[in-house]
Design a protein around this ligand. Structure first.
Ligand code: RB5
Length: 143
């Protein structure tokens, strides 16, 4: 199950992503927002982070205008690894190396065509499981 969240700056791109996931019959839960009306990105970052940490969802996609505020917020949660990506190379690498559980994007940064390729890359790339990457992820979690 994929958790989706955005603020007004990411709303239009989230709509495109929902259509794309529907076409592929990939299940998702939309944690808002629900319109272009100005709102606060931390609300949605927190909802999506909690959905992943509770096990309700496996991965998340968060979008704000830049992807920055929403990823900063999500990364405050222990166990969340939100990767801000604007290209497929990064989306692939962050799954292989960081086992990222949230893809963050900027709705005002990436065009919809490119964004959907980034989503596909993120969702279809497994974690490598390599010991060195597991070690580094463990190091993220310890002070
Ligand atoms: C909203 O205008 C904008 O600040 C927000 O979407 C995001 O870019 C913050 O990082």
């Amino acid at each position: 199950m994929i958790a989706l969240g955005c603020d007004h700056g990411g709303f239009e791109l989230k709509q495109e992503i929902k259509k794309h996931l529907d076409e592929q019959k990939i299940p998702y839960i939309d944690y808002g927002c629900d319109s272009l009306e100005s709102t606060d990105y931390p609300i949605y970052a927190k909802r999506v982070a909690k959905a992943i940490l509770s096990g309700e969802c496996d991965k998340g996609i968060l979008i704000c205008g830049t992807g920055i505020g929403i990823s900063i917020t999500a990364n405050k949660f222990k166990g969340i690894r939100a990767a801000l990506c604007s290209d497929c190379f990064s989306a692939e690498a962050t799954r292989l190396h960081n086992d990222a559980n949230i893809l963050a994007m900027g709705g005002r940064v990436v065009g919809p065509g490119h964004a959907l390729k980034i989503v596909d890359t993120f969702l279809n790339t497994p974690f490598s499981g390599d010991e060195r990457h597991m070690r580094r992820i463990r190091q993220i979690e310890t002070d």
